[in-house]
Design a protein around this ligand. Sequence first.
Ligand code: NAX
Ligand code: ADP
Ligand code: MG
Length: 308
Amino acid sequence: MPSIVTQSTSPPPLRIPSREVSAHKGNFGRVLLVGGSRGMAGSIALSSIAALHTGSGLVAAAVPDCILDCVAGFHPALMTIGLPDDGQRFSDAAWESTQDRLSAQAAVGCGPGITTGSGGAKMVEGLLAKKDLPLVLDADALNLIAQQNWFADDRFGRNKDDAACVLTPHPGELQRLTGAPASEVDGQLEAATEMANRLGLTIVVKGGPSHVVYQDGNGEADVWRNTTGNPGMATAGCGDVLTGVVTSLLGQGLSGPDAARLGVWIHGRSGDEAAARFSRAGMTAQQVLDALMLVADEMTEAANEQGS
Ligand SMILES: NC(=O)C1=CN([C@@H]2O[C@H](COP(=O)(O)OP(=O)(O)OC[C@H]3O[C@@H](n4cnc5c(N)ncnc54)[C@H](O)[C@@H]3O)[C@@H](O)[C@H]2O)[C@@H](O)CC1
Ligand SMILES: Nc1ncnc2c1ncn2[C@@H]1O[C@H](COP(=O)(O)OP(=O)(O)O)[C@@H](O)[C@H]1O
Ligand SMILES: [Mg+2]
């Protein structure tokens, strides 16, 4: 088991450049969040709005057309793309309708609320195969990979010339992916380390605390332990928020390991701010989302550090 590097609660593990006075939306990336279904429209909305609060310039949610109006209603700045559905969730035609939009995206996040139907499976398989596209996979996208056993061989592995691919499983999803019991933290980190090394992925093992497992360039995986966050985040949708945060940071040009570590750190900071302003028992993913806009500048270098 590789040694674990524990992050200080402050400062963050890294910082992104402060914003130039002349900045425009294009400087901060256009990203796409793909998922949602009837009954789980909130998940993809949480991910998409989290990307906006993490600083993305442009964010669109690609959702089953049957929930488009619902998702669009969550935030006026969010753009929405209605994809073919079966009345509940993506139909098999959804992936074909998505492909020609991907070249414009700096990063894609997929999985929240997508369910494990065949339309979602075609979407996830297509995204996994697009190795030039920075990608975050969460929730049912991970459950589909487990069900289809897509990680049994190296077909979807990414080498150092490929774009980043970040997985964000909670322990239940990681158990489905690797067989390592959700109750055994060391076993799960070892399984994540094996997958990170074999497939060139960055893996966020979510929990209290979360860990990020990633290849550090000399071919061996490192394990990084986060120290922000609190049990108040054990509430529906907090993982969906993280998916949007990491997707946004990939879209702003960070590597997989950097986007995952900084994303987990700022996500936990938002959870801590939400707990302080409300309560651990009473906070929801909405408050974590709202707190994100309060702490987001903690990720950037002070202007004078930039000399601007
Ligand atoms: N408002 C919404 O639309 C929401 C939609 N969601 C979606 O619901 C779908 C299912 O996700 P869920 O995570 O709820 O369901 P899962 O079935 O994946 O996870 C729930 C089960 O996994 C295990 N598990 C989860 N976290 C664990 C931990 N930290 N330690 C040990 N075991 C753990 C437990 O057995 C738990 O009962 C996903 O697509 C997700 O995006 C959820 O994110 C909740 C909010
Ligand atoms: N006890 C805890 N301490 C710190 N963070 C936690 C704790 N419980 C849950 N979290 C965080 O909340 C999020 C839960 O993710 P997930 O289970 O995918 O939620 P959902 O799918 O409902 O959005 C993860 O980022 C996890 O690290
Ligand atoms: Mg989740």
